[in-house]
Design a protein around this ligand. Structure first.
Ligand SMILES: Cc1cc2nc3c(=O)[nH]c(=O)nc-3n(C[C@H](O)[C@H](O)[C@H](O)COP(=O)(O)OP(=O)(O)OC[C@H]3O[C@@H](n4cnc5c(N)ncnc54)[C@H](O)[C@@H]3O)c2cc1C
Length: 352
């Protein structure tokens, strides 16, 4: 969020100084670990229509945001494929009902398409006909988050009006916006790092495995309905796959458990046996910055300070909407876009 804000402000003519507790590789940011799926309808299984609408907005906005960057970023809109094993048909039926309800509430979303075994094989030939039923959520997308972070960094580094400070943690108390020698405004995009001043923030742990699987070809993010959690497999370029699922109400950043790793990899193998020969590149753990209602929020605790947080598990899916709202707030003090999304109650001027 911080890198997107910086670039947009710099392009709007501002001089921007960035203070990041981490380094240029974004180690320590949830953004580095994420799968970066842009799946508003799929996420409506757990997200309200406000988040779904913001996700739909992002699918149009990302190509505009990516086009001027200094390096290409993998972005696709081939849809999301939802699959289930026979024993999980009841859970799949429940999910289909939830998605159908979302489609009524957010009619601008393209309609989901039920698939039979042949339909699945036509979309993803390497899966064959092992799944009897599935769903295609058309036009949903994904991007390569690490390419995006690198491309934003390279673009920012080339701008003379941007100065970046690494390993430079800050708190709001370090700034007195508007006073002499101080910035005019402070934009706080510290994710979980903002908790000392936003005490309702919490971390929701996720574990993600990155594998290189030359024997597997999938053309779109694929989700497996599961009684405990929905597994996702997000294919990035060059047979790299990001496999994840877990959501644990914990701020424990310790390495992934054996149980989660076994479950994730077994579920992936049950989707495609080619994962058996995959090479595990990384098993990463991170916590998603989350507010009590699991929704994003803006806070303006005092003049000249704007905090953007609570991106939870939808940071890439909603960042373009939050960016556009933030720019409206900074320019005019209010945002018609926030009203359009129904986010207005989340615009708060009280101290969090
Ligand atoms: C396992 C997992 C999978 C995910 N999958 C998806 C997905 O498929 N789709 C999707 O849309 N989203 C996904 N997300 C969510 C997404 O990653 C987050 O919502 C998003 O990264 C939040 O962005 P942010 O900029 O608010 O915080 P972060 O990405 O955490 O960035 C915070 C930044 O603030 C810096 N910082 C922290 N403290 C300080 C300080 N005191 N001073 C200065 N700088 C500080 C950090 O160094 C970091 O650079 C996933 C997240 C996880 C963990």
């Amino acid at each position: 969020m911080g890198r997107l804000m910086t670039l947009t402000l710099a392009r709007a003519g501002c001089t921007v100084e960035v203070f990041d507790a981490g380094g240029p590789g974004a180690d320590g940011a949830a953004a580095r670990v994420a799968a970066a799926m842009l799946a508003p309808l799929a996420e409506s299984a757990i997200a309200p229509s406000m988040v779904v609408r913001m996700g739909h907005h992002a699918l149009q906005r990302w190509p505009e945001l990516l086009a001027p960057l200094a390096a290409p970023v993998f972005f696709q809109r081939e849809g999301t494929l939802v699959l289930w094993h026979r024993q999980d048909a009841a859970e799949a039926a429940r999910l289909s009902r939830v998605l159908a309800r979302t489609a009524e509430q957010v009619p601008e979303l393209p309609a989901m398409k039920p698939l039979d075994a042949q339909g699945i094989a036509a979309l993803e030939p390497t899966l064959g006909t092992r799944f009897a039923h599935g769903l295609l959520l058309p036009d949903e997308g994904q991007l390569d988050n690490r390419q995006l972070l690198d491309a934003l960094l390279a673009t920012l580094q080339a701008l003379p009006q941007v100065r970046m400070h690494w390993q430079a943690p800050r708190t709001l108390d370090d700034f007195k916006p508007g006073s002499s020698g101080q910035p005019e405004r402070v934009i706080d995009c510290r994710g979980l790092g903002a908790r000392p001043q936003w005490n309702t923030l919490r971390g929701v742990r996720g574990e993600v495995i990155r594998v290189h699987a030359p024997e597997v070809t999938l053309s779109r993010p694929t989700r497996l309905v599961h009684p405990r959690y929905p597994l996702y497999i997000a294919p990035k370029p060059d047979h790299l796959f990001v496999i994840g699922a877990t959501e644990i109400e914990s701020e424990d950043m310790s390495p992934a458990s054996v149980r989660s790793t076994l479950e994730l990899l077994s579920a992936a193998y049950s989707v495609h046996s080619g994962f058996a020969e995959a090479r595990i590149l990384e098993i990463a753990t991170q916590c998603r910055p989350t507010l009590p209602d699991n929704l994003p929020a803006f806070h303006q605790p005092r003049d000249g300070v704007l905090q953007i947080n609570g991106l939870y598990r939808h940071g890439f899916m909603i960042a373009p909407a939050l960016l556009d709202i933030a720019m409206e707030l900074l320019a005019a003090g209010h945002s018609s876009l926030a009203e359009h999304f129904g986010l207005a109650p989340q615009l708060n001027t009280d101290s969090p």
